[in-house]
Ligand binder design. Structure first.
Ligand SMILES: C[S@@+](CC[C@H](N)C(=O)[O-])C[C@H]1O[C@@H](n2cnc3c(N)ncnc32)[C@H](O)[C@@H]1O
Length: 347
């Protein structure tokens, strides 16, 4: 991997997705690598890391983790998550930090970036509200690739649309303002979740400080709304535990059952691309087999927000889709989601 190119590409992506801080910082770290500075020394040996391992995000997340843990007081003034504000002088402070704190940063680079994007609840919850209008039953909610399981509490979040509509508890610590655009959702009904759980190959325990630091450190520090949603969802999770077991998507889906008098939902967001093909096939086979036994009293819904092509030649976009049984399991395209979830434009 060309380290300079990797840092520059990530800098541009961060800039485009709403983090001018990382846009500037990672571009400057690319220059520092090119000049053989402290960043080059910290990243030495990682030249052959595969591109998808996100080395630039691992580096930025490692420094951020130390800031969040209160172990980088000299950087706090530049990090909004530590009460500071980003200014360009932060670049030399970070480069200087990498020079002096090589031994602290280096081991953290081996951690895989892990996120749990709370904004994606807007897509999953909106889809669930749509499906519940079809089957107004209590919901059994299960998630594959659930990470910290934060989105398994989506029914406890507050969402508003751009037409003055609102759903959920106004006192919720998670408020997704302007979450929904386009076709109006049937917001008048309640939603009762009677069972919930999830799996992940690397579950994060959000009730632990380590879990909080992990999820928070990979959210870009100047994206204050994302940070606020995450902090709110972690607060909620600590009072309402949900089990996210360590299991792969296929073995979890194969244990899924239907229960009379309830709508069983398997949902997921931005994880399918990481699931090996054989597991994808096993999940699809399990859903089809279970779907064949579904009735209007025990329906099955597969709901997801994933990069998908609507037609064979189309671009990949983040579509919110549903497949439901006993309605035949045909895929319905419900709406499109922004990368970090909000807003969702319903069809
Ligand atoms: C990009 S994260 C998305 C997490 C969460 N769904 C969200 O939208 O915030 C992808 C997640 O999928 C998990 N994952 C990857 N492969 C998996 C598999 N085969 N089975 C279950 N989870 C998997 C990862 O550990 C990670 O937590």
């Amino acid at each position: 991997m060309d380290l300079v190119a990797a840092l520059r590409t990530q800098a541009e992506a961060c800039d485009a997705l709403g983090s001018p801080m990382y846009g500037e910082l990672l571009a400057a770290l690319a220059d520092d690598v090119a000049a053989g500075g402290p960043t080059a020394r910290v990243l030495e040996g990682h030249e052959d890391d595969p591109g998808p391992s996100g080395l630039a995000l691992r580096l930025a997340g490692s420094v951020h983790r130390l800031v969040l843990a209160g172990q980088a007081g000299e950087l706090a003034a530049f990090y909004p998550t530590a009460g500071g504000a980003w200014v360009s002088e932060g670049v030399s402070a970070v480069v200087d930090f990498l020079d002096r704190r090589y031994d602290d940063v280096r081991p953290l680079l081996d951690r895989a970036p892990q996120t749990n994007e709370v904004g994606r609840s807007a897509a999953l919850l909106g889809g669930l509200i749509r499906m519940r209008a079809r089957w107004p039953l209590p919901v059994r909610l299960f998630e594959i690739g659930a990470s910290g399981g934060l989105n398994l509490r989506a029914d406890r979040f507050r969402c508003t649309d751009d037409a003055g509509g609102a759903w959920g508890d106004p006192q919720s610590p998670v408020a997704l303002e302007g979450a929904w655009k386009g076709a109006a959702l049937p917001l008048g009904q309640g939603l009762t979740v009677v069972d919930r759980g999830g799996c992940d190959v690397h579950p994060i325990d959000v009730t632990s400080e380590d879990g909080r630091l992990t999820l928070t450190s990979y959210v870009w520090p100047d994206m204050t709304e994302r940070q606020a949603r995450l902090a709110g969802a972690i607060e909620l999770a600590r009072t309402r535990p949900v089990q996210v077991e360590q299991a792969d998507a296929a073995s979890y889906a194969e244990r899924l059952t239907l229960v009379p008098g309830a709508m069983t939902v398997l949902w997921h967001s931005v994880m399918w691309q990481y699931v090996p093909r054989d597991q994808q096939e096993r999940v699809a086979a399990r859903l089809a087999a279970l779907g064949a036994t579904a009735t209007d009293d025990s329906p099955l819904v597969h709901l997801f927000a994933e990069p998908t092509r609507r037609t064979p030649g189309a671009e990949h976009e983040l579509w919110v889709c549903a497949e439901a049984w006993p309605d035949g399991g045909e895929r319905t395209y419900l709406g499109r989601m922004a990368p970090h979830g909000v807003p969702v434009t319903w069809e």
